[in-house]
Structure formats: C-alpha cells, structure tokens
Design a binder for this molecule. Structure first.
Ligand code: PLP
Length: 396
C-alpha cells in the first residue's frame, strides 16, 4: 500500500551533511522518484534515512514510508508535492517583506530578442526581481539565516565577505529580524556599494585586496574574535541547497509550462552556488542531455560578482559544467548594452558577461538551433560607475 506522510512528521535519527547524500539526491532526480520507501516505526526512521534527508533538501511535502515487513514500491516526485513550495501568490499581497521574497517566486523567465537569432531562442531568468539586493543573492541571504536560526537560535551580529549583493541581502535580513551586520568588501567593487549597504543599516569595511581565500579567512577570524556569526557564503551548503530547492526547480517548472526543452543553460560563477545547483539538478534529471556553460572573468579582469574558478569554489566540483567561457569587463559591458538597447532592460555586469559569453559561443558555432537559458544575476543600477568609465574611455 502506498503511504505518503507529511515530511515534517518523520524524524531523522541524526544530522546528515549535504555531501553525504549527493549521490542519493542524484539518483532521485535521475529516476524522478524514490525506488524504495523510507522504513519507519513510530515516526522514527529505521532505514534509508539518507532518502528522507535527500527528499527534505529537495523540498518535498510528503515522504513515502513503509513498515519493515512491507513491500517496496516506486513513488514519482510529482506525487510528493515536489513543486508545491514555489507556487506564487497570484494577487501578490504579502504579509511581510520576508514573504515578499519567498512567496513571490518564481522570478521571471523572459524571451530576449537581443540574444535570439534565427532559430536560436534565448530565455533569461531575471534574478533582479528579488526584493532586497535586486539579485540572486537574496535567496542565499534568506536561506543561510533561516538554516542558522533553526539550528542554533537567534543571531545578534553577522560578519560576511561580499561583493555587495549578499551583503545587501544580509543587511536586509538583519533589518527585518533585528541583528546587526558588518560587511567586508574588496577594493575593486564600485563605491556606490558602501552607500547602499549603509542605507540598509550595515557597517562596511573595505579591504585592499580581492575576494581570495585569504580574505574570507580573515573575515572568519574577525567574526570569531568578536563573537559574531560568519555564515560564509563560500562554504555554507545552504547556498547550494536554496538554489537546488528553489532556483533550479522554478526554472524546471517554468520551462515545462512554456514547453521549453533547453539545449543549454549559461550562467556566471562567484561562489558557484546557483550555477552548480542548476547543473546538478538538470544534468541528473535530464541524464546529461543538457549542456551547461559557466562564465568567468578573463585573466586579470574584474567583473563584480563573478570570479575565476581557480580562486577556489566549492560546489562547482560536485557537478561540472561542460565549458568555462572567459569574458573581459568591456565585453561584459557590451553585453549589458546590447540587451539594454534591444530588449530595454538594464542588467548587471555579470549578466552582461553571460550575454556576451553566449554571443561568443554562437560565433564559434557551438550553439545550434533550439532553446537556451541565460541566468541574469542582477540589475544594472549598481554599476553606473563602470558604465560611466566605459563611456568615457570609448568616448560614447
Ligand atoms: N553575479 C552577481 C552580480 C553576484 O553578486 C554574484 C554573487 O555574488 C554572482 C553573479 C555569482 O553567483 P554565485 O555566488 O551563486 O556563483
């Protein structure tokens, strides 16, 4: 007999780290369901608790359970309330600015004229439609705080290394939940960031170096010294998890509803959280029939929000992209302008890098006809300084 019970009602015996259950999650996604139910007695798990935890991290509403002596059966993910957590509020009335974030998903997926040519159709996922930092990083700001509070209780003070967006998301969370934040920015980031972060009530520290492992370690040491919480977006698995459970799942549902069978997905990498989770989700679900292209700054170039793979990132090694494309800052800005001047939306520099990398792949002949997804992490308003410098250099 098929028995589905609400997932909160079933207690795991121990805490299971994400790394331990990656292969179980991969199997669930590739089979699109659970082969064998979790074995339960008196709400306590007796066997297959990795499956329970994998389902919890994938965000299902129900879990299939059985008693020890019963038969196994297959349950499809669609029967477990897999998509239930991303149904939006249709009339968009929210009880709080927290709900404005997670009850307002999915962020839009829009077909672009600027990048579509002939039979190549490009759809952009616009992460600027998140309320705090107008970026993809609102998702991790919310989820890292939520997970921490669930596990350890109240937060009083947060220290974090950021290139602006995670900082804005955490400062906003602090405003809503009543904790203070001290945010460490690398020297190369635009000056406007200090003002935006201060306006949200955060303390800002500029460090005269780029966002290296050393930078991140120093922030952690400061946090330990001062008794502050360092959520550390570069190492915190809540980063990968939120994108697996929401960003990738949203994209999947949106593609299904529009009948899009994407040939490839292209996106930028900073911590590598969002693109790694999207890669993991779709590579497993679609049995490697989809390509993933990751975008990084060319050697010696700085593009806010994205970094070169060799500067060290965690999740990109869990499910590898098919190709990494280098982009210069000028090319990223040219990507911003080409989208702005044809589609009328002002995207951020890392989004411009994604647009420009896609054009390079088209020019190389790598892109065949069909549908493509580009993930655009943020909006262009933060990057007026870089746009101004570009216009002055090119005498536009
Ligand atoms: N683009 C922008 C503007 C960002 O702020 C970030 C991250 O800070 C990224 C891209 C990269 O996203 P991820 O950290 O998920 O790799």
């Amino acid at each position: 007999m098929v028995l589905l019970v609400p997932i909160e009602g079933v207690r795991p015996k121990r805490k299971i780290e994400l790394k331990e259950i990656l292969s179980v999650m991969a199997e669930i996604l590739s089979k699109w369901g659970v082969d064998k139910p979790v074995v339960v007695k008196d709400n306590e798990v007796l066997d297959r608790e990795e499956v329970l935890e994998a389902l919890r991290k994938l965000g299902v509403r129900y879990v299939p359970i059985k008693r020890e002596d019963e038969q196994d059966y297959f349950t499809a993910l669609d029967h477990l309330g897999f998509y239930d957590d991303i149904k939006p509020s249709p009339l968009r009335v929210f009880n709080s600015t927290l709900e404005l974030l997670y009850k307002n998903w999915p962020t839009p997926l829009v077909r672009l004229n600027s990048l579509s040519t002939g039979k190549i159709r490009v759809w952009a996922k616009l992460e600027a439609y998140n309320p705090y930092s107008n970026s993809v990083k609102d998702r991790i700001g919310w989820y890292m705080v939520k997970r921490y509070v669930e596990e350890y209780g109240e937060i009083r003070k947060i220290y974090e290394a950021t290139s602006t967006n995670t900082g804005m998301a955490l400062a906003a969370m602090g405003a809503i939940m009543g904790f203070s934040s001290k945010l460490y920015l690398p020297a190369s980031i635009q000056k406007a960031s200090d003002i935006l972060l201060k306006a949200l009530g955060a303390e800002v520290v500029r460090k005269p170096k780029s966002l290296t492992v050393e930078f991140i370690d120093e922030v952690q040491a400061d946090a330990e010294r001062d008794g502050a919480v360092n959520l550390n977006q570069f190492e915190n698995d809540a980063n990968f998890e939120v994108h697996l459970r929401y960003t990738a799942k949203e994209l999947d549902l949106q593609m299904q509803s529009a009948g899009i069978r994407a040939k490839a997905i292209i996106g930028g990498i900073g911590t590598s959280g969002h693109l790694s989770a999207i890669t993991f989700y779709f590579k497993n679900k679609l049995h490697n029939t989809i390509k993933i292209y990751a975008v990084q700054p060319a050697p010696g170039e700085t593009i806010p929000g994205i970094r070169r793979v060799e500067t060290g990132m965690k999740w990109i090694h869990w499910s590898k992209p098919d190709r990494i494309v280098d982009v210069t800052r000028d090319e990223a800005i040219e990507g911003v302008l080409s989208v702005a001047r044809r589609d009328g939306i002002l995207i951020g520099l890392s989004s411009g890098a994604v647009a420009s990398a896609f054009k390079k792949l088209v020019e190389e002949g790598v892109v065949e006809e069909g549908d493509y997804i580009a993930v655009f992490p943020d909006h262009g308003f933060k990057y007026v300084e870089q746009l101004q410098a570009y216009f002055e250099k090119k005498r536009i």
